[in-house]
Design a binder for this molecule. Structure first.
Ligand code: UDP
Ligand code: MG
Length: 313
């Protein structure tokens, strides 16, 4: 059986289109399938649509969250409740073309690979500044962490049961799926495709949200920022020794020249700034640790048509 996990947040316009297209594709595939929709606390008619889809089609299972927990939590709920031997994550907005599924399945069934992942072939149609930041992000995170993350990788991927179990076992609260997929390893085939615009509705990501997501990704998968503080510290101590040395020499040769207060204030502000910056980095890690130690559930399901559903995890 194949399970398609579909996180939905305010997707009332895209859902009917998605359902129609994806059903047409999966019905041609010989194996049984399950459409696992996760309603991530939508405020529009997404849940109503899901209820009626579930009523007329037994392949449809929906899990409805008690509030908006975010796409990461929605995907995790999907992984925890997927019953298929093969599992794929897909967006509801048709940006992950269902037409790729047969090809992905074929590659998996050849036995060479454990998962087939997709990535955008290029970044056409995206503001240049956003592309620049995105490329820098992938460059940095691959340098400083051991999660190997491919530039332009999407969450759309088809994987085998073993991989899904590995993902479920990574129960960390601060989730960054691109990193998790890379971290667990397995043999992955990368399938490039032209980026597609979303069919209806609008994206839930603005630049600032993406930026924070990127910082989260780095903090979740690398300890490198923490060492920035130590490097700054070593560098500043080294500089202060040089300056001290210079001042002693100057004093010995020219007596005591008048010292300006402006330069002193500059130095104080500079060092104060660096200290706050480093403190902030540590704060980020402490905040993550704090959330992690609380062991709060990733999601709470308030309504579902499925059986044996893990409602809280
Ligand atoms: N999504 C979600 N919860 C959220 C935000 C988004 O489940 O809090 C879903 C959304 O319904 C869509 C997918 O995640 O199916 C990707 O979202 P979107 O298309 O807005 O992101 P983009 O494709 O622009 O990166
Ligand atoms: Mg989208």
């Amino acid at each position: 059986m194949i399970t398609l996990i579909v996180p939905c947040y305010n997707e009332q316009e895209s859902l009917p289109i998605f359902y129609k297209e994806v059903t047409a594709v999966v019905q041609k595939i010989k194996s049984d399938y399950e459409l696992l929709f996760i309603n991530d606390g939508s405020r529009d008619d997404t849940l109503t649509i899901l209820r009626s889809l579930a009523k007329k089609d037994s392949h449809v299972t929906y899990l409805s969250f008690s509030r908006n927990f975010g796409k990461e939590a929605a995907m995790y709920a999907g992984f925890c409740n997927a019953r298929g031997e093969y599992v794929a994550v897909m967006d509801a907005d048709m940006q992950d073309p269902p037409s790729l599924l047969p090809k992905m399945l074929e590659i998996l069934e050849s036995g060479e690979y454990d998962s087939v992942a997709t990535r955008r072939a290029d970044r056409k149609g995206e503001p240049p500044i956003r592309s620049w930041f995105a490329r820098k992000f992938y460059h940095i995170i691959n340098k400083i962490s051991d999660a190997d993350i491919v530039d332009g990788a999407r969450d759309f991927r088809l994987m085998k049961r073993e991989m899904v179990d590995a993902i479920v076992s990574m129960s960390e609260y601060n989730r960054f799926s691109k990193g998790i997929f890379g971290w667990i390893g397995f043999r992955t085939y990368w399938l490039p495709y032209e980026n597609v615009e979303r069919v209806a509705g609008e994206t839930k990501w603005n630049f600032w949200k993406l930026f924070k997501y990127a910082i989260d990704g780095i903090i979740n998968f690398s300890q490198a920022p923490l060492s920035i503080a130590s490097w700054f510290g070593i560098f500043m101590t080294f500089c202060s020794f040089l300056l001290l040395f210079g001042i002693v020499i100057r004093k010995a040769m020219f007596g005591d020249p008048v010292a300006g207060w402006a330069s002193t204030v500059c130095v104080i502000i500079f060092i104060g700034g660096i200290q706050l910056f480093c403190l902030g980095i540590m704060g980020q890690y402490i905040a993550k640790t704090y959330l992690e130690t609380k062991h709060r559930p990733h999601f709470i399901i308030s309504e579902t048509n499925g059986e044996d559903v893990k409602k809280v995890k």
